[in-house]
Design a binder for this molecule. Structure first.
Ligand code: C2E
Ligand code: CA
Ligand code: CA
Length: 735
């Protein structure tokens, strides 16, 4: 043996110790890289030796164990550290280990070795189960490595233990606290729920827990208090600040969502109610009455139906001389009286203005006549004490049995009403056959309209709509006009209903479609400009309509995305084959808008069944802006519309404040006399932008400039890049 070199021998002994050690050993370089690892280290940590070599030691250290830092400091100072620290396994679980770590150095480099042995105590060991001093010591050791805070007190409230986490989190030192009275050392506990709970645990010997804010350390904590075997109590604290924040954030989001949902539901209820009721008097409105009559007739088809058309004489005079408030008061009182006259089961509605309608079921002519007399008598009663507000009523009556058609009856009762008025008012008149002659006017309109189509008396005006964010014209709506050779300009409000009734709407509608696509082609050079046309429900009831539409697009070579169709809500209400037709229109690439939204049957649930790109809010809602109720309703509609991904256009904007309010409420676009009146194509303010700037605003119509300046006050102005598909900017309107 003599003469054999010692060094290799020593090295192999070292290797053997290293390889077979029951402790895990890691050798790390000064910069923290693992240089060597023995098999036991791999076993304890759950990595292979090779994997350990690539690891950052931070991975195996439990980062929540604040004592690692102290351990490294100690090693720095004294060359070696011994103590219990927490390590982390590959699977993320942690365990306590007796750790020795010492600085090592050779000729070339410095580093450290770390050896560790699993102490295998379990954290879940309750302090109650501690029986022997040895076990207690182990548990206390493991408490040291807890990520929770731990404080132990004896039966006299003297602090017996306090772990490193507690020192660190509560910024106290053991030397100072241990042996002291809990309430003296932590005076902030006195008077808190913590104190209540601790005292009750001490008193009852029952464990307890609570979550509360510990102000002294600005800490939300969860505390579990366990009575100890030998008297006294162990207190575990856990910082739950993060969890609470998450919970509160979730709670906030949920509350916001609940509020938004409630607002949308409220708006929907309000819409549904408003759709069927007159706002001023609370009576049914026209569409409400139609629905109610339909449902009665569906249940009892053979019912006799009598329509009483009631009009207040000289109501306009009251309104003009005494003002709207007085007028509204009169209408409200009269509405109540009507409801009083009506028998159970009769329906009472207000059609707007001073027009009321009562529908009686199965009333004899005598009974209806008597009720009409009662209504006239009721109207004579003064409304206010000094009897300034008084009017009378004229009434037209019409009835039918079996196959009653409400629209026909309404028309007949209306005609009878005129006869009552002609006969000197303050009376009722029955419709008779002779009165058919009085609808001659309507028939004349129909005849003239047929000729108008052949004689080219119709033309289209176009009204632009503006994107509220980019202040650009994004589309124009085609509105049909009739220049009658004798009557002059007749408004579409007058002749469209006639056309719809007599079926002329199909020819008229196709004429509009043909002219509108031709004009759209002339505007092909304006990027992104879409032309919208109004389409009557009757047109859409025709299954062949989508083909007609496609044929016209093809005839002029207009891309489908340059066209949109506006459909009224009433059309949407009776869905029948409408969905199918609209789907086919949509499939062509033509957009779909719901027109006059809010005036007809408004149920988002049903709208959702239809393909809809745009919701056009009726101008009555815009007129209501400025009242809190009007704004809330509009905000609700905007929310509903955005919820079904529809673009919101508000119609009939006439004032700057309406425009500003709409912008603030999140409406996407707006149109109205304030922005531009309907006009012939050559008078429309459309040009192609030459560069991306705001200079086009410089010469704006003064009202418009002012409007946009005020909108700009509520939100910053942005300017969208105007590319191929970009919107068209606004250009000066003729003053
Ligand atoms: P609409 O589709 O709701 O069209 C908007 C109406 O409001 C137009 O009346 C327009 O001139 C008017 N308007 C626009 N801005 C304002 C404003 O700021 N204040 C006020 N007070 N009114 C404004 P117009 O042209 O008399 O049309 C009435 C209705 O006739 C249209 O209502 C639409 O339902 C129907 N109509 C018009 N053209 C056609 C058409 O080609 N086909 C069909 N089927 N219906 C049409
Ligand atoms: Ca329209
Ligand atoms: Ca409209």
């Amino acid at each position: 043996m003599v003469g054999k070199p010692v060094r290799p021998m020593a090295r192999s002994i070292c290797e053997s110790l290293f390889g077979h050690a029951s402790d895990g050993v890691l050798v790390v370089s000064a910069d923290g890289q693992v240089l060597r690892a023995n098999p036991r280290a791999g076993e304890l940590l759950g990595w292979t030796e090779a994997e350990l070599l690539d690891l950052d030691p931070d991975v195996v250290v439990d980062p929540r164990d604040v004592r690692w830092r102290a351990a490294l400091d100690t090693r720095e100072r004294e060359g070696v550290f011994r103590g219990v620290l927490r390590l982390r396994r590959r699977d993320g679980s942690t365990f306590s280990a007796h750790v020795t770590t010492a600085a090592v150095r050779d000729d070339e480099s410095a580093g450290a070795y770390i050896s560790f042995r699993d102490t295998t105590p379990t954290e879940t060991v309750g302090v109650r189960t501690v029986k022997t001093p040895r076990a207690a010591a182990d548990v206390i050791d493991s408490l040291e490595s807890f990520s929770d805070m731990y404080v132990g007190v004896d039966a006299d409230w003297k602090v017996t233990h306090l772990n490193a986490q507690t020192e660190y989190r509560l910024r106290v030192s053991r030397d100072d606290v241990i042996g002291g009275d809990l309430w003296e050392k932590f005076p902030a506990l006195v008077g808190t729920r913590f104190e209540q709970v601790y005292r009750s645990v001490m008193r009852t010997g029952e464990q307890a827990s609570l979550e509360d804010y510990y102000a002294a350390a600005d800490l939300w904590c969860e505390v579990r208090a366990y009575p100890l075997f030998r008297g006294g109590m162990g207190l575990y604290f856990r910082d739950i600040g993060e969890r609470r924040e998450q919970e509160q954030e979730r709670e906030r989001l949920l509350a916001a969502e609940r509020r938004a949902r409630a607002a949308a539901e409220e708006a929907q209820r309000a819409l549904a109610y408003r759709a069927c009721h007159d706002e001023l008097t609370g009576l049914l409105n026209r569409s409400g009455l139609v629905q109610e009559v339909e449902s009665v007739l569906a249940a009892r088809p053979a019912s006799g139906v009598t329509v009483m058309f009631i009009d207040l004489d000289r109501f306009k005079l009251v309104n003009d001389s005494l003002g709207h408030v007085a007028g509204d008061q009169l209408l409200t009182v009269f509405a109540r009286r009507l409801a009083d006259v009506a028998r159970p089961g009769d329906l009472v509605a207000r059609f707007g203005g001073d027009e009321f309608v009562m529908v009686l079921f199965d009333a004899s002519a005598e009974e209806a006549g008597r009720l009409a007399e009662e209504v006239v008598a009721a109207s004579r009663q003064p409304v206010d004490e000094d009897a300034r507000l008084r009017v009378t009523a004229s009434i037209g009556l019409a009835s039918a049995t079996g196959t009653a058609n409400l629209e026909t009856l309404l028309r007949e009762a209306d005609a009878a009403l005129y006869r009552a008025k002609d006969a000197g008012r303050e009376r009722a008149a029955w419709f008779d056959e002779q009165m058919h002659l009085e609808s001659v006017n309507r028939v004349q309109t129909e005849l003239d309209l047929r000729l108008a189509l052949d004689r080219d008396e119709l033309f289209l005006d176009y009204q632009p709509a503006f994107d509220l964010r980019f202040e650009r014209i994004t589309h124009v709506e085609a509105l049909v006009r009739w220049r009658h050779p004798v009557r002059g300009l007749v408004s579409p409000g007058e002749f469209i209903p006639v056309a719809e009734e007599c079926g002329l709407i199909h020819r008229l509608g196709e004429w509009v479609l043909a002219r509108a696509v031709e004009q759209a082609v002339r505007w092909a050079h304006l990027p992104g400009l879409r032309v919208w046309i109004n389409v009557s429900p009757a047109q859409l009831a025709d299954r062949g309509w989508p083909e007609l539409l496609a044929a016209h697009l093809e005839r002029v070579g207009l891309p489908a995305d340059r066209l949109g169709i506006e459909v009224t809500e009433s059309a949407v209400a009776d869905r029948s084959r409408l969905t199918e037709v609209l789907e086919r229109v949509r499939a062509l690439g033509v957009q779909i808008a719901i027109d006059d939204f809010g005036t007809g049957y408004s149920s988002l649930a049903r709208l959702n069944e239809f393909p809809i790109d745009v919701i056009k809010i009726d101008r009555s809602f815009v007129a209501d802006l400025g009242t809190p109720r009007g704004e809330a309703l509009l905000a609700g509609i905007v929310t509903l519309s955005h919820a079904i991904d529809a673009h919101v256009i508000a119609e009939g904007v006439e004032t700057v404040s309406q425009l500003a309010a709409l912008s603030a409420l999140g409406a996407d676009s707006a149109s109205g006399y304030l922005l531009a009146r309907p006009a012939a194509p050559e008078h429309l303010p459309l040009v192609i932008p030459t560069e991306l700037d705001f200079s086009w605003r410089a010469g704006l119509h003064p009202t418009l400039e002012k409007a946009f300046s005020s909108v700009a006050g509520t939100r910053p102005l942005t300017c969208a890049p105007v590319g191929e598909d970009g919107p068209v900017p606004i250009v000066p309107l003729p003053a």
